[in-house]
Write a protein that binds this ligand. Structure first.
Ligand SMILES: [Mn+2]
Length: 454
């Protein structure tokens, strides 16, 4: 750290109460994206005083500890009695998420500027000058402005901002990631961001008890198919509430290939149960599900504390509620092609080859005279026959008889597993020997690309 070098560094003690002050802050429980946004905005608004939230998100605590002096944060309480002229809000535009600050500047009538990348929660700050873009990270919005202005950063700020982008984009894996996130990340690297430091800031399980809980939970997870959704459920009894349970749940969700996770923590001493939930699908609304248990949060991250109830009870109620409330997932029947081009087993290989070329397919199911599914023929099978000079032999002898098929109620996730684990391009959907339809690898890929709900 280069003390005194930063143009905007300011000692909070120097804040004078008789002068107007401009302030900048993020949403309550400030996370890495808030810090990244503030670090970059100070290049555009050097005279704004950063204010920190009373609580710092556990994921951001390491970075906060290292850089808090650099930011020169004051707390909301310090705003009492100051005349505030202008306010910048980052990483939210919801009044509810910044009320801890405005409580301390009750009579505020000045100009508010907002930088946000979230969808509106219909509680927007009114009359603000709003800068919105749906990038993976809020920091990206500000990074782009700095790129446009050709501003160079100090490496510390580049590191803070890069940690923010990594964190908010789930290491560039979330579906909200945009080209611009990569562009700003590249700019931050050019400005000396340290990937090594970013790595330390992103390690989410910092406490010993979190790591042991993590292993404990991993060993006892339950995987359930609920109405076609792959759900991971976890039940753990601990003596008392300890910090960082959400982070442990998130870590498990990261490595489990599921659509949602629900962890029930039962606190034995208090007889309270905490449900922490995460999802990566828009059609699993966690805020609505948790509302049922007196909790709340976001669509994809939500929790509920159920008082005076045994954990097993809450766990059972949760499972029952999921069965009742989860909308059935997309199944094979919904995306299969029903009019399938088929080959008759009595056709010669030459006829089959011409047929496949005509319908422009690389393979087709083979049906018997009685219309039963008896095999699958691909162009590759035909190639083998051509080499063996057998083009006038019937299809029967060269087709695959051991056909991998699926039933019509298979979920999209199971279809994916079948296609990719068996490395096949076509998946006939059948009931017994009768062919109902077919899903090709490109049908699947097209569905995944167009589906906004998965
Ligand atoms: Mn954010």
């Amino acid at each position: 750290m280069h003390a005194g070098k930063t143009p905007w560094q300011r000692n909070p003690i120097q804040v004078q109460s008789d002068r107007f002050m401009n302030v900048i802050f993020g949403h309550s429980n400030m996370d890495l994206d808030c810090f990244g946004s503030i670090a970059l905005l100070r290049y555009l608004y050097p005279d704004y005083q950063p204010v920190q939230s009373e609580l710092i998100h556990p994921m951001a605590r390491n970075l906060y500890n290292l850089y808090q002096n650099r930011f020169g944060f004051i707390s909301p309480r310090d705003l009492n009695g100051h005349a505030i002229e202008k306010v910048i809000v980052v990483d939210t535009r919801s009044r509810n998420r910044v009320k801890e600050y405005f409580r301390c500047i009750n009579d505020f009538k000045g100009q508010i500027t907002v930088f946000d990348h979230h969808p509106s929660d219909h509680d927007d700050i009114e009359d603000a000058d709003i800068h919105i873009a749906d990038f993976g990270a809020n920091t990206t919005i500000i990074g782009l402005k700095l790129i446009q202005k050709g501003i160079r950063l100090e490496p510390e700020d580049a590191t803070i901002a890069l940690a923010a982008i990594y964190s908010d984009t789930g290491n560039f894996q979330h579906e909200n990631v945009k080209r611009e996130d990569f562009e700003v990340a590249a700019y931050l690297m050019e400005n000396g961001a340290s990937l090594k430091l970013v790595g330390t800031f992103l390690r989410s399980l910092k406490e010993k008890h979190q790591v042991s809980l993590f292993h404990d939970m991993l060993n006892r997870l339950t995987h359930k198919n609920i109405n076609g959704h792959y759900i991971v459920l976890s039940y753990i009894e601990i003596d008392d509430n300890v910090g960082g349970l959400a982070a442990v749940t998130e870590k498990i969700f990261e490595i489990e290939h599921s659509e949602a996770i629900f962890s029930v923590f039962y606190f034995k001493k208090k007889n309270h149960s905490l449900i922490v939930s995460r999802s990566n699908k828009g059609n699993i609304r966690l805020d609505e599900i948790m509302a049922e248990f007196g909790g709340g949060g976001h669509e994809r991250a939500s929790s509920a504390l159920v008082k005076d109830q045994s954990g097993m009870m809450v766990y059972a109620q949760l499972e029952e509620h999921l069965r009742k409330s989860l909308r059935p997932a997309v199944v094979a029947e919904d995306i299969m092609v029903k009019k399938v081009d088929v080959i008759k087993e009595t056709m010669t290989l030459l006829e089959a080859s011409i047929f496949l070329e005509t319908v422009n397919h690389t393979g087709a199911p083979v049906l018997s005279e009685r219309g039963e599914l008896v095999g699958f023929m691909t162009l590759r099978d035909i190639q083998k026959a051509r080499k063996a000079d057998q083009m006038h032999a019937p299809v029967r002898g060269f087709m695959t008889t051991n056909v991998i098929t699926a039933s019509k109620d298979l979920t999209i996730r199971e279809i994916e597993d079948l296609l990719f684990q068996n490395n096949i391009g076509h998946l006939p959907i059948a009931q017994g020997k009768s062919l109902l339809g077919m899903i090709t690898r490109s049908d699947y890929l097209q569905f995944m690309e167009n589906d906004t709900e998965t």
